[in-house]
Design a protein around this ligand. Structure first.
Ligand code: F0G
Length: 353
């Protein structure tokens, strides 16, 4: 069967209004990549897959929810959509709004959005406003604006975003034949962990496919759900999850506890080390996307989790190409040689010895 995006494939599974229009860029149907080498380096004895959501049209999982949120807004006659964003939501909203012919306004925290994400929002014609504040500040402004004006909010407070995002759980169960034992993923504003838990429960109710334990991972400098209180000035190299007051924090905590999992924090160093390990297996993700696996590694190293004989899926939420600066900063710059055959040959052979 031809795959025509998450609305076409799954709309009968979604609690969405009749007026919702299919506005698609053929999002979803992302690869579930086996990672045997990485599983070995984490101690081995278990099966590991990466659900590579960076393969969506704008390079992140946001497209699954945005197709539905924008389709719903367009179907009820909205002309303008708005969101706050650490970058990926902005790029996705801009692309789907362009597709539907809607105006898109995005608010982003100044200086804290990766270049590839900002460029995406600009390329698709969004009105981008930087604010001198955090994502959390931006979110409270856009919520107020959408309450006062006929402007549709497309952050994950919008329930239709979750309806689209939960389809990733369906895809995982379809490919594996049942739910994995563990699902690891990064947590920022907590819409995605909420969506996965909705999706797994719904699929289990229909197909008795089991339920995973959910390991949600925040960055240490932005870990309100671990600390149990908001973080006023969140900081992390994983700018996508630099969020101190998650809008769906309560749901995230329920998903973790109901599933027999947990929410934990990983440090920036642990996140960047996992980003390099993933890249060494051929999967380049942005820093935030490595957080789920960084958390898994930490738990395994400290003997706090035992996954022997089990199946683990890690969600890698966004592509590394959107945040290339991080790699440029943390690696040696490439060698620069004159156009001299002998000098180039000598350098190459040195690397071979
Ligand atoms: N990973 C990436 C790459 C993200 O962009 C985000 C969130 C998350 C994980 C966390 O997902 O918020 O549902 O818990 N990015 C939002 C944005 C906040 O504006 O792009 P969450």
């Amino acid at each position: 069967m031809e795959f025509a995006g998450v609305y076409a494939r799954y709309h009968t599974w979604m609690d969405i209004p009749e007026h919702t229009l299919p506005v698609t860029l053929l999002e979803g149907n992302t690869p579930l990549i086996p990672m045997p080498k990485l599983a070995e380096s984490l101690g081995g004895g278990f099966s590991l897959w990466v659900k590579f959501e960076g393969m969506n049209p704008t390079g992140s999982f946001k497209d699954r929810g945005m197709t539905i949120a924008i389709g719903e807004a367009a179907g009820r006659g909205a002309k303008v959509v708005i969101c706050a964003s650490t970058g990926n939501t902005a790029a996705s909203a801009a692309a789907y709004a362009a597709r539907a012919g809607l105006r898109c306004v995005v608010l982003i925290p100044k200086g804290k959005v990766a270049a590839g994400k900002l460029a995406g929002a600009v390329a698709h014609g969004a009105d981008v406003i930087q604010i001198e504040g955090s994502f959390d500040d931006a979110l409270s402004v856009v919520v107020e604006i959408s309450n006062r004006h006929p402007i549709a909010l497309v952050n994950s407070l919008n329930p239709y975003r979750l309806e689209g995002q939960k389809t990733a759980a369906f895809e995982i169960c379809e490919i594996l034949g049942s739910a994995p034992d563990w699902l690891c993923l990064p947590v920022g504003n907590a819409g995605n962990i909420t969506s996965y838990w909705m999706g797994f429960r719904q699929y289990h109710a229909a197909h008795s496919c089991g339920l995973p334990h959910i390991l949600g991972v925040q960055a240490q400098g932005s870990a309100p759900l671990v600390l149990g209180h908001p973080v006023e000035q969140p900081e992390t190299v994983a700018t996508a999850i630099r969020i101190g007051k998650p809008a769906r924090g309560e749901e995230a905590l329920s998903a973790a506890s109901e599933s027999g999992g947990q929410i934990m924090a990983a440090s920036d160093d642990e996140i960047l080390a996992m980003q390099r390990l993933l890249a060494a297996s051929g999967v380049w993700v942005e820093p935030a996307s490595a957080a789920g696996l960084a958390g898994l590694k930490k738990q395994l190293d400290q003997g706090r989790m035992d996954v022997r004989g089990q199946r683990v899926v890690a969600v890698c939420t966004g592509h590394g190409m959107k945040d290339p600066d991080i790699i440029a900063k943390s690696m040696q710059p490439p060698a620069l040689l004159p156009l001299d055959y002998k000098a180039i040959e000598k350098t190459i052979l040195k690397g071979l010895q």
